[in-house]
Write a protein that binds this ligand. Structure first.
Ligand code: ASP
Ligand code: MG
Length: 427
């Protein structure tokens, strides 16, 4: 039988008992005849605690040292899980990302995996061991430095390992039973999706659904790895992330293709407005080049038509709050060159997104969405769309209301409450 790759998140590894429970689950799979490779996150809120600790020591910790610090969290859990497995009479070998052959680029704090050379993993499997890999980390091919993949990166470690090892499935164990139509912490009546397509999951993840790391879904899609998102606290089937679950034109599609997959929200972004940009060729290019050079991922971008009298325009965009300072500094540096008037920074925003592949063929989704927001008294700040998504920026305090109103307007509520949040502090 083939290789099963599993990932356990921090809330599944919160304390010694939780670790023993996870070890029993891993051993069950091994007993059923599979080889098992497990990617682990740091225990509980360890990563957040390490962040806090670093900030207590230094207001601006060097990125290299931050990665050295944060990767320690996953090393703790990998060793403890391996110990718990050996207590059950099985042998396990734990490896850091670097030992496991997770090769990344050299960007500290958000490195991308560029290759996996799993020699030590396959050797350990060959010797009959269960393999435990520290998630969320790798080593840079150029600089030889230890890197991290960004918050939630252990999902990506798991799927990348599954691809490199040609595993049958990648199981992502978390503290809810799967992917829901909205965050059950905000909408208790949210419904679990049995299946969701990679493309919808990509949009959900990109729009703040924290259940899966964005790059893990990209990886899964590229290599065709079925991802099974499920709870480590129950035996229930979770959500399968697979290729278009209902092929176009089939009877099944017409019968039950849901139009909307879910509502996602994100409170981690900020908005920057560049006020008074001269309306001429090359200005936007110059602004976004400066942001690209600073390694900033942008999300929504809106440029207003210029006021005829001044031929000046405003450009607004959203970006991760954590990059706010870097972006403001990068833009300030080119003020003279571009000749804009000033910069505005707003981090009291949230983004609410409606996602569904069925949007392509169903008119009226936008008006229903905006109507729901209006009845909930939510004002829309910015709008952006893709073929299967509509996102709006709203006031940070209006996010919960907006999510609930949208969820019920599209009849996404479950008949009976099925969302159980088993663990985690939601930090
Ligand atoms: N421990 C890291 C984090 O909390 C990575 C992960 O959990 O996937 O972001
Ligand atoms: Mg975590």
């Amino acid at each position: 039988m083939g290789i099963v790759v599993q990932k356990y998140g921090g809330s599944s590894l919160a304390d010694a008992d939780a670790i023993k429970r996870v070890a029993r689950r891993i051993v069950e799979v091994k007993k059923s005849g599979h080889d098992v490779v497990v990617a682990v996150s740091a225990m509980g809120d360890t990563t957040d605690d390490l962040y806090d600790l670093a900030n207590g020591v230094s207001p601006l910790p060097p990125a290299r040292e931050m990665d050295m610090l944060l990767t320690a969290g996953e090393r703790i859990s990998m060793a403890l899980v391996a110990m718990a497995i050996s207590d059950l009479g099985f042998t396990a070998r734990s490896f850091t990302g670097s030992q496991a052959g997770v090769i990344t680029d050299s960007v500290h704090g958000k490195a991308k995996i560029i290759d996996i050379t799993p020699g030590r993993i396959t050797q350990a499997i060959g010797e009959g061991h269960i393999v435990i890999v520290a998630g969320f980390q790798g080593v840079s091919a150029d600089t030889k430095e230890i890197t991290t993949l960004g918050r939630g990166g252990t999902d990506t470690t798991a799927v990348a390992l599954a691809a490199a090892l040609e595993a049958d499935v990648c199981e992502i164990y978390t503290d809810v039973d799967g992917v829901f139509t909205a965050d059950p912490r905000i909408v208790p009546s949210a419904r679990k999706l049995d299946k969701v397509s990679y493309e919808e999951m990509l949009e959900l993840a990109a729009c703040g659904a924290k259940i899966l790391h964005l790059r893990c879904v990209e990886y899964g899609r590229r290599y065709g790895i079925p991802i099974h998102v499920r709870s480590s606290f129950s035996q229930l089937q979770g959500t399968w992330v697979v290729n278009d679950p209902t092929p176009a034109g089939t009877e099944e599609e017409t019968m039950e293709q849901p139009i909307i997959a879910g509502v996602a929200h994100d409170r981690s972004e900020a908005k920057i407005t560049v006020v008074g940009v001269p309306d001429k060729v090359g200005e936007a290019a110059r602004i976004f080049e400066a942001l690209a050079d600073a390694q900033i991922n942008l999300d929504m971008i809106v440029q207003n038509i210029s006021a005829a009298a001044t031929s000046l325009t405003d450009i607004s965009f959203t970006l991760p709050r954590t990059d706010g300072q870097t972006a403001m500094t990068a833009l300030a540096r080119i003020q003279g060159e571009v000749g804009y008037d000033k910069l505005l920074y707003d981090d009291k925003i949230g983004k609410v997104s409606l996602i569904g592949a069925g949007m392509r063929s169903h008119p009226g989704i936008t008006s229903k969405f905006f109507g729901a927001l209006a009845s909930a008294g939510v004002n829309i700040g910015m709008i952006s769309t893709s073929e299967i998504r509509i996102s709006v920026v709203v006031d940070e305090n209006a996010v919960d209301d907006a999510v609930r109103a949208t969820h019920s307007a599209f009849d996404l509520d479950a008949d009976e409450v099925e969302a159980v949040v088993y663990g985690g502090t939601g930090r």
